[in-house]
Design a binder for this molecule. Sequence first.
Ligand code: PLP
Length: 355
Amino acid sequence: MIYLDYQATTPLAPEARAAMEPWLADDGFANPHSPHRMGRAAKAAVEVAREQVAALLPPGGRVVFTGSATEALNLAIQGSGARKVAVSAIEHAAVLDTARACCELQELPVDHAGLVAPDAEFAAGTQLVAVMQVNNEIGTIQPVDALAARARAAGALFLCDAVQGTGKLAAPAGADLIAISAHKLYGPKGIGALWVRDGVDLKPLIHGGGQEAGLRSGTLSPALCAGFGAAAAVAARRCEEDAAHVAALWDAARGVLARWTLNGSAEARWKGNLNLRLDGLDVNRLMSECRGIMFSAGSACASGSGRPSHVLSAIGLTNAQAKSAIRLGFGRFTVTDQLVEACAALDVAAREQGC
Ligand code: PLP
């Protein structure tokens, strides 16, 4: 079995698991918001984790822990109170659907390579612009610094969904709000964060005990925070090593699958994402014939819906082309020989379909 779905989620780093264990042990259960000694120890662990996560993000802001990046994005969009927003056409549903539900929406198009124009025009009166750092389906890296500068010049806040880029690329320094998720950077599921630039005013979505300085009520899990923090610290340390490993994996996989067509820019991309298509490929059949390979059709969220991916449609693919695409995602723990073997098996299975 080989796991090639690193955009859906990453394996838990051993360092993250080790950091979580004390807070899952018999005497590690205290509420970090309790004033007694056990509570204060738990709170200290939460604050260490907050600093470790903050180290991946720009200076001049604070980290608010949430239950997921989806929640962080909802807090950013709804909490900002913006009524008029501009978002890229290839955002994750957590941005697109929230913006559709709550705001007047302008969709910023992408070109055939899957990139938003760095000089995109925002409609008059736009209050918030949201463009992701790295796309989860096709891996393209957006010109977020240029877009953040344009948003600022237009008097709008800039929100960056940096879920797929954090720990891999430099943080989007010009953003006002940044959403991230632990389970995409080798941390645990069930925790994300919103980075909020100092001076940006947000209203809470979840009311209650007033935790997270009143922005996100609810008892924090010290275990999840500690795992997130440790994963962030490892990512900061291994950033270059991880990128070099992923680039070598990309070359190896691309070598085997050279006849497949790449979706999205070959240059402006995170190389741990290989989104490919072959005309006429029946992806469901490929998946059932290659059950030992954990890969995805389009994005994990859209898979199974029967709808062609909105990202592949936005880059100009026909429905048939979009439905003939697969996404291979690899990272820190992927072994080159296993990846090559899996790619060869996928290619043989595709040829047996006559593709
Ligand atoms: N944004 C992007 C780009 C993602 O890939 C994902 C997860 O698939 C999310 C947001 C949502 O993250 P979470 O699972 O933490 O809610």
